[in-house]
Write a protein that binds this ligand. Structure first.
Ligand SMILES: [Zn+2]
Length: 100
């Protein structure tokens, strides 16, 4: 899908239609070393033998590919007040922002 770089949309903060910049947000999953679950997993996987569910990879890393598309998160930023909002997640194979 091709999408223009700037679009005119309604801004709820300005209460009028203004020019909006479009960008794609990338959702990153960061493993925090000091989170409670991470500390627990490290403690339980110490030592020898089978550690139950801590011996397995998390389900998100299993190679099950039911979906063939990726989710894309579009963020619109108002050029007048600078506030931004998400357009919601959509699934699509290809996505590019085109200069109009
Ligand atoms: Zn605005």
């Amino acid at each position: 899908m091709k999408f223009p770089e700037k679009i005119r949309k309604f801004c709820p903060h300005c209460n009028t239609y203004t020019e909006h910049k479009v960008r794609v947000e990338v959702v990153r999953k960061v493993r925090r070393a000091l989170s409670k679950g991470q500390r627990r997993a490290e403690r339980r996987s110490k030592g020898h033998g089978n550690h139950g569910r801590y011996s397995k990879k998390p389900i998100s890393q299993w190679k099950l590919h039911a979906k063939t598309t990726k989710k894309i998160d579009l963020v619109l930023t108002c050029t007048v007040c600078g506030k931004s909002r998400h357009m919601g997640l959509r699934r699509m194979k290809k996505f590019e922002i085109v200069k109009a």
